[in-house]
Ligand binder design. Structure first.
Ligand code: ADP
Ligand code: MG
Length: 269
């Protein structure tokens, strides 16, 4: 079962010229962590923004979102602005490289804000969630909760914005380089936390990162953007042989040694 079904998709921020990304066919498996890899400028954000209804970058093709209530084609949905807003608010959650915390609210208020806007959808009580998140993200000390974002360190702000994304209820979690400002160990923790959370909630995660080793260690599926053979059509594409999955033993298909997959991807990017 797929959360998203992509067919003949062309996406770009610009209306004219070759598209940035072309994808003939791709599924994003439900309940799994899919990682998108590709060099800078290869359209990772363009694609993520199309799927997450952050920007209308879809020019051509079909993106079916199998939501818990019905299927929606995200191409051509943008004129239904209430629908777009409802899906983003009720079904999606987002983490970015920058924290986008609101400077005039305390860190606690920042953690609560997305959940407040969503309304009472998340069945787990807010207090319990804050306790759990601040505990496991190492945010419980030094009165961090009652301080303002500018009064805490960058790494702490990053984790606060991560906690904010986790506080609401969601079906799909989008991360655009969510570990971009973190060291390897903390990146691993954060991705581990994402995996645990989606398992608990039966949700799906789609994460863009530059960290190939971490992807090979933790992802369920890796999709890679690489230069498109048909330059008139698009600059980058996802070729079928640049989609990597694990087998029943949790090993990468065709790459029994994880390091070989890492080497292949490094070479192909
Ligand atoms: P990535 O996330 O892989 O680094 P992007 O999706 O941000 O790549 O960018 C893909 C291409 O789209 C780049 O050529 C970039 O210059 C262009 N681009 C990115 N953002 C915009 C924008 N807001 N308007 C127009 N072009 C953009
Ligand atoms: Mg980007």
């Amino acid at each position: 079962m797929n959360a998203f079904e992509i067919e003949n998709l062309e996406c770009s921020y610009l209306e004219k010229g070759p598209a940035v990304v072309w994808i003939e066919k791709l599924g994003i498996p439900k309940g799994k962590l899919t990682v998108i890899l590709g060099r800078s400028g290869s359209g990772k954000s363009t694609l993520l923004e199309a799927l997450g209804l952050m920007n209308n970058t879809i020019r051509e093709g079909r993106v079916t979102y199998h939501s818990p209530c019905r299927d929606e084609n995200l191409a051509g949905i943008w004129h239904r602005y209430r629908k777009v807003a409802a899906i983003r608010k009720n079904r999606f959650s987002f983490i970015f490289q920058d924290d986008y915390l609101m400077p005039h609210y305390t860190n606690s208020e920042n953690m609560l804000i997305a959940r407040l806007i969503q309304g009472g959808m998340n069945p787990v009580p807010a207090g319990e969630m804050i306790d759990r998140l601040t505990g496991s993200l190492n945010l419980s000390g030094n009165g961090i909760r009652n301080k303002f974002p500018y009064q805490v360190a960058g790494g702490q702000r990053q984790r606060l914005s991560f906690a904010r994304a986790m506080m609401k209820d969601f079906d799909i979690l989008f991360g655009d380089e969510p570990t971009g400002n973190l060291d390897y160990k903390n990146s691993g923790r954060l991705i581990g936390y994402i995996k645990e959370t989606i398992r608990e909630k039966a949700a799906t995660a789609i994460v863009v990162t530059h960290n190939i080793e971490l992807s090979a260690e933790k992802a369920d599926r890796i999709v890679m953007l690489s230069p498109c053979a048909d330059k008139n059509r698009a600059r980058f594409s996802i070729q079928p042989d640049h989609v990597f999955d694990r087998d029943g033993q949790d090993q990468w298909i065709n790459y029994p040694e994880q390091d070989d997959l890492v080497a292949f991807i490094k070479n192909a990017i």
